[in-house]
Write a protein that binds this ligand. Structure first.
Ligand code: NAP
Length: 333
């Protein structure tokens, strides 16, 4: 039985591993992918993590993991399939025969209370894991546009990761869809190798940080299509055309592109938590800065929880706050 199982090894999970180890908790971090780091791994350059200006995302992810390894944090490769509160009633029935009849009622009640607080079983593809508390730090995945051609051409010109796939489009024409930090970072990254990059944004104002916008505007091979939405992706075998429409004028046109990079936000990876703790309408686990969810013993850290600012530094901060709350949970009467 672990004191805490941390699900996910992005900045929030790795920071929590470090804090849990230092607090003397019996902890394990479960990771689904073969490499720690989460979304950071596919970030080309991180320029807002204090003390490490301009660090490559992959290197930052590796540094987090090295730190955890140096402290002797435990990791296990496992995909969590379901979370189950330990079934108090079933356990009581098993031991019921040994209870003396006279005190059975009160003892059952006492034991129920104890067992209710006892914890959780995580069903994983690598066997069950029992724990007193759970920290959900599974982060988020890429949102899809849902337009015709998107799924047909995924991996054949449609991508959700410029740093992973950008090199295939060297000297070619690409389009990035979105107006947030990721879209602008992707456009900047692609502009280094592509002949031309279109940035397609549905409004007349970008959401991305001002410093990124400034860099983007200085690039001669980037053209921004304002108030424009992507309607269709077409091609033969691979992407050849992106049909777009100006939402103000209604005018449509086809852009001849070899690649389409979709960067329209993130979706929290919270599906296994449904029913285990309350989520908001977008699927984010409802938790404040203390990372405490609606279910005693379940905590949430990083991009998966309701918060204003989703960045590496705030995810890492969540890991620390979550472990503080776990310690409070253990010490509270
Ligand atoms: P985001 O900030 O939510 O931006 C998503 C963008 O996609 C918005 O511009 C949005 O348009 C647009 N969009 C959403 N749905 C669309 C649709 N169906 N069709 C067309 N456009 C659509 O998401 P993100 O850029 O992936 O970033 C995710 C989080 O990570 C953010 O909190 C971000 O700040 C953070 N992040 C931080 C850094 C950093 O600190 N260096 C780097 C990367 C990401 P509207 O603007 O009109 O809503």
């Amino acid at each position: 039985m672990y004191d805490i199982v941390i699900i996910g090894s992005g900045p929030a999970g790795l920071s929590a591993s470090i804090y849990a180890k230092r607090a003397g908790l019996k902890a394990v971090t479960l990771e689904q992918s073969p490499m720690s780091g989460g979304q950071v791994l596919t970030t080309y350059e991180v320029d807002n993590y204090p003390g490490l200006p301009g660090i490559n995302g992959f290197d930052l992810g590796m540094k987090f993991r090295e730190h955890a390894d140096k402290l002797g944090c435990e990791f296990k490769n496992a995909e969590v399939l379901a979370i189950r509160k330990i079934n108090a009633e079933a356990q009581i029935k098993e031991s019921g025969a040994q209870l003396r009849a006279a005190s059975i009622e009160s003892r059952i009640q006492e034991e129920m209370k104890e067992k209710e607080e006892a914890g959780f079983v995580l069903e994983t593809d690598n066997g069950p894991v029992r724990t007193k508390t759970v920290l959900a730090a599974m982060g988020a995945t890429h949102a899809k546009l849902g337009i015709p051609g998107e799924s047909d051409f995924t991996g054949k010109g449609v991508s959700y990761c410029a740093t992973c796939d950008g090199a295939f489009f060297r000297g070619r024409v690409t389009a990035v869809i979105g107006g947030g930090d990721v879209a602008v970072e992707d456009a900047i990254f692609l502009a280094r190798g592509c002949e031309k990059v279109y940035l397609i944004h549905r409004r007349d104002e970008l959401r991305a940080a001002a410093i990124l916008q400034k860099e983007l505007m200085s690039l001669p091979n980037v053209e921004i299509l304002w108030d424009t939405v992507a309607e269709r992706i077409e091609g033969e075998g691979t992407v050849q055309k992106l049909a777009v429409k100006n939402v103000k004028t209604g005018r449509e046109k086809a852009l001849l592109v070899d690649g389409v990079f979709v960067a329209v936000g993130i979706i929290p990876s919270s599906h296994i938590m449904k029913g285990a703790a309350d989520c908001d309408e977008k699927g984010y686990l409802i938790a404040g800065e203390d990372c405490v969810t609606s279910t005693p013993g379940i905590f949430a850290a990083g991009d998966i929880r309701t918060k204003k600012l989703r960045q590496i530094v705030t995810a890492a901060a969540d890991g620390a706050n979550a472990i503080t709350s776990v310690l409070e949970y253990f010490t509270a009467g």
